[in-house]
Design a protein around this ligand. Structure first.
Ligand code: HEC
Ligand code: HEC
Length: 387
């Protein structure tokens, strides 16, 4: 008797418990589905240009030529495209970019002066700084792994000034821009192209930067399966990918990788290990780097500010070890408590890694402008010494 009664009681308890569990599971799923748009969203279909730097085809095409022309480097052997090439997703596919004196492209590049960081993609930088409501300001868009530059115009002058990237050792920083302007003035095709783009023949720093930035604002990939899904095409993502999207939000990735670019554009200490000496201490000496976009990762390996992780699997293992509190992957200069709170709060288990990677792959869109000019007005090798 006693046995039967307790058996019945157990059955009843199990029944009640499963109802509670079922309900809470359902709730979990619906909460996440409702919340997706609070964390992540599609990119806008159009790009905004600064109010005083409106789009024009002439400016864009002039910018494309400047971007591909090694005449902008002191040594005449490096162009922007040497490190941000369309065949490599407008990045360069190596851990640390190589500038002046280098030959070859991407993994085949040798003998160039090494920079201390991995080249991020130029793709979609038109949207840098965008928040989850689609609001951004092209005039103040944050640039670089440490957000030290503002706007595409403000960024574009810095590689030309940089001794390692484009200037070389023979021309002083104080005269490199004047040298470039003199060179461009001596090339009739550039003079007429500046006139077509800006209304008169004057070539100055502001116009060079405006043309390059206008070209860069046209390098966008905003029609990934994820974008299509968020715009209403429910067939654009598989159930497994949608599961991965939910997991991405649930485990805490979207707390930093939020918004249409999957970046909050804030600096965070996440503890990526060093592979360079002296170590790269980030923006404020705390090994803090800006959250990178997670779009087009299929084209932009290796990952992180120092290209230390070759695959997405490696990146996920890094996050999993941090989430487990295992110190193996942690930067040797840091301890767990120095990591950002969002990082310490990650709840990442092995069993969701595959679906999160599947989700990340829905952020790829290979349909972007990959035009390679047949020649550049300087007559130098298109793209610099990249063959
Ligand atoms: C030698 C390789 C090299 C060359 C040449 C080069 N870059 Fe870069 N680029 C980099 C590296 C490395 C970074 C990251 C540096 C950092 O964050 O400190 C970068 C960052 C950028 C960014 C910032 C992207 C973001 O999301 O923050 C833009 C935009 C950019 N480069 C455009 C250009 C343009 C335009 C030119 C030509 C005027 C150029 N680059 C020339 C290597 C290069
Ligand atoms: C605390 C904020 C934060 C959280 C949480 C976070 N990330 Fe990151 N993520 C970053 C920062 C910052 C970097 C760059 C760090 C560096 O280069 O040292 C990064 C880099 C990456 C990269 C490399 C991208 C590239 O182009 O180099 C990937 C992929 C990535 N994160 C995915 C994820 C996933 C998936 C999750 C959840 C499991 C996650 N992140 C959680 C801030 C965060």
């Amino acid at each position: 008797m006693i046995n039967r009664a307790s058996n019945l009681l157990w059955l009843l308890l199990v029944f009640i418990a499963s109802i509670i569990l079922l309900n809470s599971c359902e709730e979990d799923i619906t909460i996440v589905e409702q919340d997706i748009e609070a964390f992540i969203s599609a990119l806008p279909s159009h790009v905004e240009y600064p109010a005083n730097k409106p789009y024009s085809l002439e400016k864009e095409e002039l910018g494309r030529l400047l971007y591909w022309d090694p005449v902008l480097s002191g040594t005449k052997d490096v162009a922007c495209v040497s490190c941000h090439h369309p065949d490599l997703g407008y990045a360069d596919g190596i851990d640390f970019s190589q500038g002046v004196g280098g030959t070859g492209l991407g993994p085949n590049r040798t003998a160039g002066v090494k920079t201390r960081r991995n080249a991020p993609t130029v793709l979609n930088t038109a949207f840098n700084g965008i928040n989850n409501n689609g609001v951004y300001s092209p005039e103040t868009a944050p640039m670089f792994w440490d957000n030290r530059a503002e706007s595409l115009e403000g960024q574009a002058v810095l590689p030309m000034l940089s001794k390692e990237e484009m200037r070389g050792a023979d021309i002083a920083e104080s005269v490199i821009i004047d040298t470039i302007i003199q060179r461009l003035n001596a090339i009739p095709e550039y003079v007429s192209k500046f006139e077509e783009a800006f209304g008169d023949r004057q070539i100055n720093q502001e116009r060079i930067l405006a043309a390059i930035a206008t070209f860069e604002r046209g390098i966008v990939a905003n029609n990934s399966p994820f974008d299509k899904y968020m715009r209403g095409d429910v067939t654009a993502m598989t159930d497994f990918e949608i599961q991965g999207m939910n997991a991405f939000i649930q485990v805490g990735c979207a707390d930093c990788h939020g918004g249409p670019m999957f970046s909050d554009y804030e600096l965070h200490t996440i503890g990526v290990s060093d592979n360079i000496s002296p170590p790269d201490r980030g923006a404020t000496n705390q090994f803090d780097f800006r959250t990178p976009t997670l779009r087009n990762l299929n084209l932009t390996a290796p990952y992180m500010h120092n290209g230390i992780h070759a695959t997405l699997q490696d990146v996920m293992e890094f996050y999993e070890e941090i989430a487990d509190g295992d110190g193996d992957e942690l930067n040797a200069n840091l301890n767990f408590n120095q990591l950002d709170e969002e990082m310490r709060d990650l709840q990442l288990d092995d069993d969701v890694i595959d679906e999160i990677i599947a989700f990340l792959n829905t952020l790829n869109d290979d349909n972007f402008d990959k035009t390679i000019p047949n020649s550049v007005p300087s007559g130098l090798t298109v793209g610099g010494n990249i063959d």
